[in-house]
Write a protein that binds this ligand. Structure first.
Ligand SMILES: Cc1ncc(COP(=O)(O)O)c(C=O)c1O
Length: 248
């Protein structure tokens, strides 16, 4: 079954290759480890957010928006990729960072170079600053498009449903069998898309989402997407946090 994907602005470098991690496999004395190189999705340095942003930017343009606004940690991959996606699509961009200006300068150095406006705030004021930036842009005659933390909306999640379709095609054509797929999880959109994609196309494999920091929001977006396509979720996904894990 093919889902009805939302509109997509295709700027990511896809498909990303699958490589064998021979030296790590040998070092650990197995099991055989493979990696899907989603660090090579393009824009400003690659990473998982490029896939979500293809759908988010397409929706922004379809809604007549001309400016992306989002939020993240000072070194946020999501913010850096949003700034790059905005530049690629000819949109403005405002980024709201949780933290103090100058703290943890890293990937965010690029954000300014990519033309984004940067705002800094304490964590519990993020929503208020987001609201203020959106209002100011509207007053200035711009039409902003708000992207929540990590781009984890139903539309953004479609990026990882598509990624699972891509992965399934590669595994089949390269005659590779995998038992477990492990991925990082934070705001949850990647996991939600992968759970839905696995439900649609894979059989028998287990998904392990290795949690970073956030504590909620996981399968919700994918569940809504799944219901939208008439297909409820039922796959066993495991969220791991350090030595603890929870099954859903
Ligand atoms: C490189 C990378 N992979 C995976 C994730 C997790 O993605 P998500 O926020 O969709 O759970 C993040 C989140 O920050 C990330 O930066």
């Amino acid at each position: 079954m093919m889902p009805n994907y939302p509109k997509r602005f295709p700027f990511a470098h896809l498909p990303t290759p699958i490589e064998k991690m021979e030296r790590l496999t040998e070092f650990l004395h197995g099991p055989t480890l493979l990696i899907k190189r989603d660090d090579q999705t393009g824009l400003a340095g690659g990473g998982n957010k490029a896939r979500k942003l293809e759908f988010l930017v397409a929706e922004a343009i379809a809604q007549g928006c001309d400016h992306l606004v989002t939020v993240g940690a000072p070194q946020s991959n999501h913010c850096r990729q949003t700034a790059a996606a905005a530049a690629r699509a000819g949109l403005g961009c405002s980024l709201i960072f949780k933290g103090k200006q100058g703290e943890g300068l890293a990937g965010n150095l690029l954000d300014g170079l990519l033309g984004a406006h940067l705002y800094w705030t304490e964590e519990d004021e993020t929503a208020a600053v987001m609201h203020r930036v959106l209002s100011q842009l509207s007053i200035m005659g711009r039409k902003p498009y708000a992207i929540p933390l990590g781009g984890s909306t139903v539309v953004g999640t479609a990026g990882y449903v598509l990624a699972m379709q891509e992965l399934m095609g590669q595994l089949t054509s390269q005659n590779i069998n995998v038992d477990v797929i492990v991925h990082a999880t934070g705001s949850g959109g990647t996991q939600a898309g992968m759970v839905l994609g696995a439900r649609l196309w894979l059989s028998g494999e287990h998904l392990w989402g290795q949690r970073q920091q956030t504590r909620r929001g996981y399968v919700h977006a994918g569940g809504r997407l799944g219901h939208g396509h008439g297909r409820p979720l039922g796959l066993r996904a495991v969220q791991r946090h350090g030595s603890r894990h929870r099954e859903r």
